[in-house]
Design a binder for this molecule. Sequence first.
Ligand code: 2NL
Length: 354
Amino acid sequence: MDDLKSKWLGLIGEAADEATLEDLRVQAVGKKGEVSLKMRELGKMTPEERQTAGPALNALKDEINSALAAKKTALADAALDERLKAEWLDVTLPARDRRVGTIHPVSQVWEECTAIFADMGFAVAEGPQVETDWYNFDALNIPGHHPARAEMDTFYMHRAEGDNRPPHVLRTHTSPVQIRAMEAGGAPTRIICPGRVYRADYDQTHTPMFHQVEGLAIDRDISMANLKWVLEEFFSAYFGTKVKTRFRASHFPFTEPSAEVDIQCSWEGGTVKVGEGDDWLEVLGSGMVHPKVLQAGGVDPSEWQGFAFGMGIDRIAMLKYGIPDLRAFFDSDLRWLRHYGFSALQVPTLRGGV
Ligand code: 2NL
């Protein structure tokens, strides 16, 4: 019995891997294993012999099984140690680049404008980009012979041969949206109209498609003072610092009186900073809505009056983010956008939150 024990425990102790260990288990305590065969012989023994041999064989079987289990654990631990020694992780490797998109400056500024004017009670109105010449020109007091029509570099749509109706146009401003809003909702109203507009012009400061936001406020006693407050509030929220405005007398067919609006800025080393210094930068056109324009929108000018303004989204985006060339907006890539710090959408509000 002692021979058996030292033989099997010795073999188990020397086993080099799990497969060898399994072979040993089958040979020792498997169904036809040496210990199992010995147990079968118990039946042929005398009761006295059996009384000592039975418990001894059972104890031997238990010991072999324990030794097998212990050796199995030891082999697994050794294998893990080997793997840990062989494998390693270089935590200094740079992380893989994640391909994330960024918001486009024009989209971001569009959202910023919408949020700031929304805080002042302005709703957003949108409309078609292909317009009739009535909505784009006549309703805005720009008749067919008016020089403003020729000056606008309008894109005209094609008409079929023999169709003599005036052609549709790509809207040259978002004002037609405001005429449509007046028609649909009447007065009083407070809306802004952000959108794409089109003019046949292309150089460093002009692209044939650009973005505009126009505003319109109509009530019984709206004045230029309200216009000035709204614009100063807007520019201060947009640039994140108090911005003064300067109104200069001007002329537009759709407003009377009309004013061009400058914002306070400084020029230093070829860069412009808004909200400081004593230079001025022209950023928008505005005025009191012309009575004929109110009338065209179905609003009675003897009862209602209002202010309107229009500014370029691309232009104020360039000013805020220091983008020098308008054309960069339209042949840009992600590297260019990241250079200017564009990532997730961040929208300022009157309360200064994002
Ligand atoms: C400019 C000038 C302006 C308006 C747009 C407007 C709209 C209606 C009635 C009256 Cl429905 N006015 N819009 C008024 C004044 C100026 O834009 O130079 N924008 C960049």
